[in-house]
Design a protein around this ligand. Structure first.
Ligand SMILES: Cc1ncc(COP(=O)(O)O)c(C=O)c1O
Length: 414
């Protein structure tokens, strides 16, 4: 094993040592593959021993621009040297432009900048509840938001309160009240769940962490119509699926089902920055008032400058179109692989899952094999291998991946 100097301590650390050290000091909430990554460029990353891998996870879809995109890096360094953080106590020269450019990119009048995805979802819930009390006229503390089984919207206490996954919530009560969970993809269930206290319906247009589950065609449009008819706000969480990941700027464009509230995150930070946002239509754009919300790092000039450049790169480098075209190509090539192990291949754009037949065990086994072949993938919900490369990926790199995926899906024991 190569030994690399650790500049801070002067100690020579190997991959094994770094893993051991991490496990000793971190409160471990993940089960990472035992690979120590030290460098990235485009869709590629290198481990501490110099081995090269194709990144098929893209930081859970946050790395659409790839690693170390030169335009993003340039703005990151320039802005870090100029003004990185200043708080929302003052205006800065990046935040307003970021809000304007994101509002125009997505076609919404107002933007609330935040940091993580879960935080954006929390703020969307606050907005909708306040709308319920101050506009719809619901009695204080009686509001209800409808969510879906198998959802994933983050890990805060309120957000896990409406998770249907026991592992995420069981030991973390008491939970936040005010949510009802219905089956995903079921319009009848939505209609039946709405009552006089319902303020919003919060849904992922494709369930990402749930295993790239695509609802029946017409679901989003139908859900929007039901919400409109019942004076309920339609809230889409496109934190993972948005900004081109699924072959359109937003998944709702496939069905012309623009929501009242949209949450974005992940790829909004263009790779290195942590920034999310709540976008609001006319009904909710001005609901929150000064003092009712806040977050120290929200709207930082550093994150906003990088996010602005990230949006420009998405448009100017045609990343949304690339996701659409190469997503179709990738899916077609995957469908051609003859394998006894795969139950189903699902996807839209460069957001794809290979579902392994349950009798063939855990998808983690296949991810370990793919890693040995030079592909970094992560299982989701035990049976799915998620394939979500950076949107800057090229056709030749997909061919490179297909060769290795084929090898593993045909002879995983080799
Ligand atoms: C749809 C969706 N919403 C929210 C989140 C939470 O984002 P974060 O991890 O940045 O809090 C995720 C993360 O995977 C997600 O996929």
């Amino acid at each position: 094993m190569n030994e690399v100097p650790n500049e801070a301590s002067g100690v020579q650390l190997t991959a094994a040592k770094l893993i051991e050290l991490t496990e000793k000091y971190i409160m471990e909430t993940y089960s990472p593959l035992p690979v120590v990554l030290v460098r990235g460029k485009g869709p590629w990353v290198w481990d501490i021993e110099g081995r090269k891998y194709l990144d098929m996870l893209s930081c859970y879809s946050a790395l659409s621009h790839g690693h170390c995109h030169p335009r993003i890096l340039k703005v990151l360094i320039q802005q870090a040297k100029t003004l990185a953080n200043i708080s929302r106590a003052f205006y800065n020269d990046q935040m307003g432009l970021f809000c304007k450019e994101l509002a125009e990119f997505a076609g919404f009048p107002k933007v609330l900048p935040m940091n993580t995805g879960a935080e954006a979802v929390e703020k969307a819930i606050k907005i909708v509840r306040k709308w319920g009390y101050t506009v719809k006229g619901i009695a204080r503390n009686r509001s209800k938001i409808i969510t879906c089984e198998n959802n994933f919207h983050g890990r805060t206490i309120t957000v896990i309160s409406f998770s249907s996954e026991p592992l995420y919530k069981e030991n973390f009560g008491p939970h936040t009240p005010g949510f009802e969970i219905i089956p995903y993809g079921d319009l009848k269930a939505l209609k039946n769940a709405i009552d006089e206290n319902t303020v919003g319906f919060l849904v992922e247009p494709i369930q990402g962490e749930g295993g790239v589950i695509i609802p029946p065609e017409g679901y989003l449009k139908g859900a929007k119509e039901i919400c409109q008819k019942n004076n309920v706000l339609f809230m889409l969480d496109e934190i993972q699926t948005g900004l081109g990941r699924c072959g359109k700027r937003f998944v709702y464009e496939y069905e012309d089902a623009k929501p009242d509230i949209l949450t974005l995150g992940k790829a909004l930070g263009a790779g290195p920055c942590i920034i999310s946002a709540v976008l609001g239509g006319e009904k909710v754009g001005d609901i929150l008032k000064p003092g009712e919300d806040g977050s120290t790092f929200s709207g930082s000039p550093l994150s906003c400058a990088v996010a602005r450049e990230g949006l420009k790169v998405l448009v100017e480098e045609g990343l949304v179109e690339n996701s659409y075209e190469l997503g179709n190509y990738f899916m077609a090539k995957l469908q051609e692989i003859e394998t006894p192990f795969v139950k189903e291949i699902r996807g839209k754009g460069l957001f794809i899952a290979l579902e392994i037949k349950p009798e063939h065990g855990d998808a983690r086994f296949f991810c370990d094999k793919l890693w040995k072949e030079g592909l970094l993938c992560k299982e989701t919900h035990f049976t799915n291998i998620r394939l979500a490369p950076p949107l800057i990926i090229k056709k030749g790199e997909i061919d490179w991946a297909i060769k290795r995926i084929k090898k593993v899906l045909q002879a995983p024991q080799d």
